[in-house]
Design a protein around this ligand. Structure first.
Ligand code: SF4
Length: 493
């Protein structure tokens, strides 16, 4: 139990090596670990950001997210462990009470493993001592200057040289569109993408069939990345098969189960294969998989951090470790958003962080509650975000009453109003339910295409991709305006 944070989800980290650690230093570290554990549920990550998170330790989040809540967070509970509150929900609430919401926008670094488990208090003292402009007396005589210098000390500690996160918007450092999707989004008022589930087996035939079915109807096809922590053909291979068939893919890339090294390597590999649209996700917790479950700490980075890292690889030509990249990768970077989990004002902060980090397009969770979706869009507008990103509203055509109930009750971040569930329930046999599902989808498409600030939609008709051409035809939404790769695909070096 801790006083200021939810309880620790996992025990604290211990140092990779205790080489050159004297006995007194080890005793001091143990004292710090005990005190901070008791106060904040501290896990000794070695990269303390308590000041940015309203003095609640983000490492008590089961996914270890350091930049905001996940798509399944609700005011009542954490999606991973329903016996605990969502850490990030608590952070937003307390930051709001303390007037520290602006602090939540800085993009926090992933943990530096070489610092994990080590003391940080001595480091603060050392940095404080080295800053000759930080004088205690000015706490009384010149508070503004004192706070400015203090902030410099803490910024240096929480933002290592290899990260340098900030709270600013970073527009892409290139001019010509990098992908067909980007070209379509620039040229058209309403762009549609659709999801194709990667196959369970090793044959790419189903991908070819589904890609063929969607050609001419959607601008690009998403391939999920081991969604719900269940293994399938990976997103990169599926994307490449799709690309070779003449349809542009959007490769989804989850941070779960991947270290920063693999994330960089996979993204670079994708760019090398000609896959340019990358949708970055934190990922579903491994608890949602079929099991046996992998060990709990499987998140090295979160989605915001992955976007920040890939944007810097593209625009600054550096790996995380500082090595220069000769041929920079051409990424058109995407993110997911959840307009329905937490209140829109909190979700908008999370979206702003992703956009500031480098997200150029956003695909949302499926929309069934249109009014709530508008509130979220409004919250983004109030933060002046709508001109900085393309937003594609999520759409799931409901195939049956069973699917509607499953999604309403079991899928984190999805909200289906009762009247929609009732419509499907009362639609008769399976054929009637399916037709009602199509009718509901067409009504929503009509609303979405007339929504200011929205740039298109993303259809997630998983295992029912055959319905996509019908939805596009019957709704009369625009077809892709471009189906060839633009000439320029390399980022200037
Ligand atoms: S709901 Fe998500 S963000 Fe909140 S504590 Fe749980 S895993 Fe972390």
């Amino acid at each position: 139990m801790s006083i200021f944070s939810p309880r620790r989800y996992q025990p604290p980290f211990y140092p990779v090596s205790r080489e050159n650690e004297s006995i007194p230093l080890r005793m001091f570290t143990a004292f710090e670990r005990t005190t901070k554990g008791w106060l904040f549920g501290c896990r000794m990550c070695g990269n303390c950001i308590l000041q940015e998170t309203a003095f609640i330790c983000p490492m008590t989040c089961p996914k270890g997210l350091r930049n905001g809540l996940c798509g399944g967070a609700t005011p009542e509970r954490c999606e991973v462990d329903p016996t605990r509150p969502c850490t990030w929900y608590k952070i937003y609430e307390r930051a709001e009470k303390l007037g520290r919401m602006d602090k939540l926008l800085e993009i926090n670094a992933p943990i530096d493993g070489s610092r994990a488990g080590k003391e940080t208090w001595l480091e603060v003292i050392r940095k404080w001592r080295d800053n000759k402009d930080l004088r205690l007396v000015e706490f009384v005589t010149n508070r503004e200057k004192f706070n400015e210098e203090k902030e410099k000390v803490f910024y240096e500690i929480r933002q290592p040289d290899w990260w340098q996160g900030d709270a600013k918007y970073h527009p892409p450092a290139y001019n010509e569109p990098i992908s067909i999707l980007e070209a379509n989004l620039r040229a058209s008022d309403f762009v549609t993408t659709a999801e194709i589930a990667p196959p369970l087996g090793a044959s790419g035939d189903t991908i070819l069939k589904k890609a063929d079915l969607l050609k001419g109807y959607v601008a690009a096809a998403n391939f999920t990345d081991n969604a719900s922590a269940s293994a399938r053909m990976n997103s990169m291979a599926s994307s490449k098969i799709c690309l070779d068939s003449g349809m542009e893919p959007i490769m989804q890339m989850q941070a779960r189960d991947r270290s920063r090294v693999i994330l960089e390597a996979d993204a670079m590999g994708a760019a090398g294969l000609g896959i340019h649209n990358i949708l970055c996700l934190s990922g579903d917790h491994q608890r949602f998989g079929p099991g046996p479950m992998v060990k709990p700490d499987q998140f090295d980075m979160d989605a915001v951090q992955v976007i920040w890292m890939l944007r810097r690889m593209r625009d600054e030509g550096v790996y995380l470790d500082g090595r220069a990249i000769k041929q920079r990768p051409a990424f058109f970077l995407g993110a997911a958003a959840s307009p329905f989990g937490a209140p829109p004002k909190y979700e908008a902060i999370r979206a702003e962080k992703k956009i500031n980090a480098g997200a150029q397009f956003i695909q949302t969770q499926p929309i069934f509650d249109y009014n709530r979706f508008l509130e979220w869009l409004e919250a983004l507008d109030q933060r002046n975000l709508l001109d900085k990103v393309y937003i594609l509203g999520g759409l799931i055509p409901l195939k049956s009453a069973r699917a509607a109930h499953f999604m309403a009750d079991e899928v984190p971040g999805v909200v289906i109003p009762d009247e929609i569930v009732k419509r499907i329930d009362n639609a008769g046999d399976s054929n009637g339910q399916q037709e009602e599902g199509v009718a509901i989808a067409l009504e929503m498409i009509e609303k979405l295409r007339n929504t200011p600030g929205l740039n298109g939609m993303h259809i997630m008709a998983v295992h029912w991709e055959t319905i996509v051409p019908r939805l596009v035809e019957e709704s009369g939404i625009p077809r892709p305006v471009m189906d060839k790769m633009p000439e320029v695909t390399a980022v200037p070096t």
